[in-house]
Structure formats: structure tokens, C-alpha cells
Design a protein around this ligand. Structure first.
Ligand SMILES: *Cc1c(COP(=O)(O)O)cnc(C)c1O
Length: 292
């Protein structure tokens, strides 16, 4: 069962649109935007790709349980997808409950998700049997989706993206949080192309191991030519600087696209910076995935 086959809610828009960008600041790099943010109004962007095969795998379970921070796009998307596909959903949120709920969690609850909270110490142990057993006692049987939804099914869903692009390209870029999206995209590359993931987290070097681990989980070993850029985190997850804000505002002015400050603005800043340094060479065809 895929989102398309059930016909539940709005039909997903796949392949997502590809849009060329004209900008002298790109120094001759030929940039295309892969607009995954337009795939589905509720299950947006890379979260749709990551959930697609997980929803099939979850058949036979009544509920899906997953983990995330209080502002997690994955929590929102899982709540929406659960409602569309007839699964109960449980969101295990890092930290303490804060009332009133922030807009992300209020949205998840509006889609039927039930929330529970783990303090930071317990949250760090969330993959350990003791913590999962306690959650099973509390909630009953569930299909377990890891934090950020990144597992082998998610990787396979994201691996379907590169073949959708429809024009030849040299490099494909995406933001990286847990690395699941990069792992998939890199695994699906056409011959000769490479992938760059821009870490949105400080200390993103660990992502290299994570991406390799996820590819091994999905395919038995590393796949494709890819690397992680660690220099564009702007202070860490959900942090920003005036420079990044000014870049995103300028991009919105020139191209009419609001980049999200947590993920796609950092990637796009990185793409322009690499074009400015000639690391992405004049004439190179570069696809930037607007993941949400
Ligand atoms: C969740 C998310 C990401 C990160 O994807 P990972 O697979 O965790 O690396 C990137 N962009 C957007 C918009 C997201 O919501």
C-alpha cells in the first residue's frame, strides 16, 4: 500500500517538479530545484519518501510509534500519514511536556497522534530494549519507526528520487539531519553523478558513518559517490545567523521560494558558497533537493 494506491486524501505529486534557477551569483553553475516540498500538503517532502515503504511494512500493526523533538517535521508527517492510512500513531517526544503545545505538536495531535515524553537521559537510550519494552507495556504492539524515520525502508524510498530528475546532472545536493535522505539519494544516483549532503547539525562528521550504516542496512554495503559537508550548520540544529537569514531573504526575493531556515536554507547557502569557490565548477549541472 502506497500513498498513491490508497487514494487517501490528496494524491501525491510524484515526480515532484524540477525548476531551473537563473542567478549570476552561481558563477556559471547550472542549478535545478527538485521541489519535493510540493509532493503533498501534509506529508511533505522527504518525509513522504521516507514514510512510503514504511507504511507498507507497518501493515498488520494497528499503530506506529516514533520519536522526535518538539519541532520535528517527522512527527508531523507521521501523524498526518497515520491518519490518511488508518494507523494509530504515538509520538515519543524528547524532553518535558510544555503546554500549550507548540504548533508542530498541536498539529500532530489534531491528526490523532497521542504524545508521550521521555526525559533527555531516557531519550538517549530510546533504542535499548528496556526503554522499548516499557513503551510496549504502555501502548501495546506497535510498528517502530526510528527517530527521523530513518531506516532501510526510508533509504529505499529516497533512492527513488534521482531517477525522477529527468535531465542529466553531475551533482545532487540535499540537507542532512539523520542522513537517511542522503543515504537513499546516493544509492539511487545515475552513473557519473555524485551527491553532497549538507549537515544542519554542528559536529556533522558523525553523519558519514550514519549514512554508510543506513546504506548497509538497506543494501548490505555502501553505495554511490557522496560526501557530507560539515561547514554550513550556522551554529547547530535550528540555529541561524544574520548572514544565513539575509541569504534566505535574498533568495526568496530573487526566486520567490521561501527556504526553510532549519534545513533547505543551509543547503542552499552551501551550494552558492561551493559555486563561489569553484568547488562546483562553471557549467556543472547541480540539482538541489528542496526537502520540505
Ligand atoms: C527531516 C528533514 C530533513 C532531514 O532529513 P534526514 O533524512 O533526517 O537527513 C531535511 N529537510 C527537511 C525539510 C526535513 O524536514
Amino acid at each position: 500500500m502506497t500513498l498513491r494506491e490508497t487514494g487517501a486524501g490528496v494524491e501525491p505529486r510524484v515526480p515532484s517538479p524540477l525548476l531551473p534557477v537563473e542567478d549570476v551569483r552561481l558563477r556559471g553553475v547550472r542549478l535545478f530545484l527538485k521541489r519535493d516540498d510540493l509532493i503533498h500538503p501534509e506529508v511533505t517532502g522527504n518525509k513522504w519518501r521516507k514514510l512510503k515503504h514504511n507504511l507498507t511494512a507497518a501493515a498488520g500493526h494497528e499503530r506506529i510509534l516514533t520519536f522526535g523533538g518538539a519541532y520535528s517535521n517527522h512527527i508531523r508527517a507521521t501523524a498526518a500519514a497515520g491518519r490518511l492510512h488508518g494507523f494509530e500513531t504515538v509520538g515519543v517526544i524528547r524532553g518535558e511536556e510544555h503546554l500549550p503545545l507548540n504548533p508542530s505538536l498541536a498539529y500532530a495531535v489534531s491528526r490523532g497522534m497521542r504524545l508521550t515524553y521521555l526525559d533527555r537521559a531516557a531519550y538517549r537510550r530510546k533504542t535499548e530494549p528496556a526503554v522499548l519494552d516499557r513503551l510496549r507495556e504502555e501502548w501495546g504492539d506497535f510498528y517502530l519507526l526510528p527517530e527521523g524515520g530513518s531506516n532501510a525502508h526510508a533509504v529505499r524510498g529516497c533512492a527513488e528520487l534521482p531517477a525522477e530528475v529527468g535531465v542529466p546532472y553531475d551533482v545532487i545536493c540535499c540537507p542532512a539531519g539523520t542522513g537517511g535522505t542522503l543515504a537513499g539519494i546516493a544509492a539511487g544516483l545515475p552513473p557519473g553523478a555524485r551527491a553532497i549532503g549538507f549537515s544542519v547539525l554542528k559536529g556533522g562528521a558523525f553523519l558519514t558513518g550514519e549514512v554508510a550504516r543506513l546504506q548497509t542496512e538497506a543494501y548490505g554495503g555502501p553505495r554511490g559517490f557522496w560526501h557530507v559537508e560539515t561547514g554550513f550548520h550556522f551554529g547547530g540544529y535550528a540555529k541561524s545567523t544574520p548572514e544565513l537569514d539575509a541569504f534566505a531573504a535574498g533568495f526568496a526575493d530573487r526566486h520567490g521560494i521561501a527556504l526553510d531556515p532549519v534545513y533547505t536554507a543551509k543547503m542552499m547557502y552551501g551550494v552558492y558558497a561551493l559555486a563561489g569557490r569553484g568547488v562546483l565548477a562553471p557549467g556543472a549541472r547541480v540539482v538541489a533537493v528542496i526537502t520540505g
